[in-house]
Write a protein that binds this ligand. Structure first.
Ligand SMILES: Nc1nc2c(ncn2[C@@H]2O[C@H](COP(=O)(O)OP(=O)(O)OP(=O)(O)O)[C@@H](O)[C@H]2O)c(=O)[nH]1
Ligand SMILES: [Mg+2]
Length: 357
């Protein structure tokens, strides 16, 4: 399974419209109480080149799961109800309404990205406060028994909790590795990386005041922002690929929102794609930047992680340059790496493993 991103935001900010724009799912926009889920195939020219070379029976691109989560409202505790869905995702795609339209109801008296972002952050932090308090309660017993690990965990959890009470989401707290370790099991929602999506009416609005306000928020916290004409882009997903290109040009866009979103999501999540190749299957896999070879091998099969022996690697660029695996081997560019190797973007891998694990 690919990694999972969740669309969050206030009601009617355009989450479902943007979900349709990036997944071409064509979901009806008017049922805000329902969760929607879709899998995006990640377009990758390299896969096409590998298919030309291996003529496999099956081709599997990398994927990204996207879920459309019903709107959060300020202070009505929905954060708790929706928390389960948000806990399941690895990154938040935070949609912020930056379009004016009196026919579309707004949560607030006026369109106000600062208020919107605050509201979502408050809901996420309310949910996290609850999670942390539960964890502290559970730890209290162990602390009374003098458990050293529990004493350290309590102090770290209390620190994160106190900062949340001051209005600082966990992702902005610059937590160190030990603190992160203590709160890992809590799976805090305000710790998840955020990509802001400004939903605008038309490309002329790309620099309107609302977008400027959102950009300032994003820059202030070192987050990325992408701008999407949700409604128009959702409409054009219903056309064929060539027509879509024409329409994008008409909208003044070079790339579709899927492409922009994917590259931003890859960046914030620190994702790396690697490949397995053969006559039966050419397949792209996803791991996190910095993942060691056994962890990456585990994406292919858990047995490969358990019984990992070594990884044989051909960099994609070398394979294309030299034309065949045999030529790469002859040129001495195939590598053998062990458990400490960090898998790199574009590695074509063969995992050697002990089947008994
Ligand atoms: N004019 C205009 N309307 C939009 C735009 N994006 C969304 N809308 C409209 O806003 C309304 C709400 O959009 P949705 O995508 O359903 O909003 P949502 O965030 O999914 O809302 P909930 O699911 O209720 O939380 C719909 O009527 C959309 O047609 C836009 O860019 N411009
Ligand atoms: Mg919706």
């Amino acid at each position: 399974m690919g990694l999972c991103c969740g669309l969050v935001g206030l009601p009617s900010c355009g989450k479902t419209v943007i979900f349709n724009a990036i997944t071409a799912a064509g979901v009806s926009s008017y049922n805000g109480s329902k969760m929607n889920r879709a899998v995006i195939n990640i377009p990758d020219q390299r896969i096409n080149k590998l298919v030309d070379m291996y003529h496999p029976q099956k081709t599997v691109p990398a994927t990204l799961d996207v879920v459309d989560i019903p709107g959060l409202k300020r202070g009505d505790g929905q954060g708790f109800r929706l928390l389960g869905h948000i806990k399941d995702v690895e990154a938040l795609l935070h949609v912020v309404r930056c379009f004016e339209d009196e026919n579309v109801l707004s949560e607030h008296a006026r369109i106000d990205p600062v208020w919107d972002v605050d509201t979502v952050n408050l809901e996420l932090m309310a949910a996290d406060s609850n999670t942390l308090l539960n964890k502290l309660n559970r730890l209290a017993k162990k602390v009374r028994a003098g458990d050293k690990d529990a004493i350290r965990d309590v102090s770290n959890c209390e620190k994160v909790y106190a900062a949340i009470q001051e209005g600082i989401p966990a992702r902005k707290q610059n937590l160190n590795a030990k603190e992160l370790f203590s709160i890992r099991e809590c799976n805090l929602v305000s710790l998840k990386p955020v990509l802001y999506i400004a939903n605008i009416k038309s490309i002329e609005d790309a620099n309107n005041n609302h977008v400027t306000a959102l950009r300032e928020i994003a820059h202030g916290e070192g987050a990325e922002i992408i701008i999407i004409c949700g409604k128009d882009e959702a409409d054009i997903t219903q056309f064929g690929i060539n027509e879509q290109q024409e329409f994008l040009k008409d909208l003044g866009l070079k790339e579709s929102s899927v492409e922009r979103l994917l590259s931003a999501a890859y960046e914030i999540l620190g994702l790396v794609n690697f490949f397995t190749t053969g006559e039966d299957e050419v397949r792209a896999w996803t791991c996190l930047r910095g993942d060691k070879a056994p962890v990456a091998a585990g994406k292919i099969h858990t047995d490969m992680e358990k019984g990992f022996i070594r990884m044989e690697i051909i960099p994609y660029e070398d394979l294309i340059e030299l034309g065949s695996e045999a030529a790469v081997a002859k040129a001495g560019r195939q590598r053998i790496e062990g458990r400490e190797y960090e898998v790199q973007e574009g590695d074509i891998v063969v995992v050697r493993f002990n089947r008994k694990g």
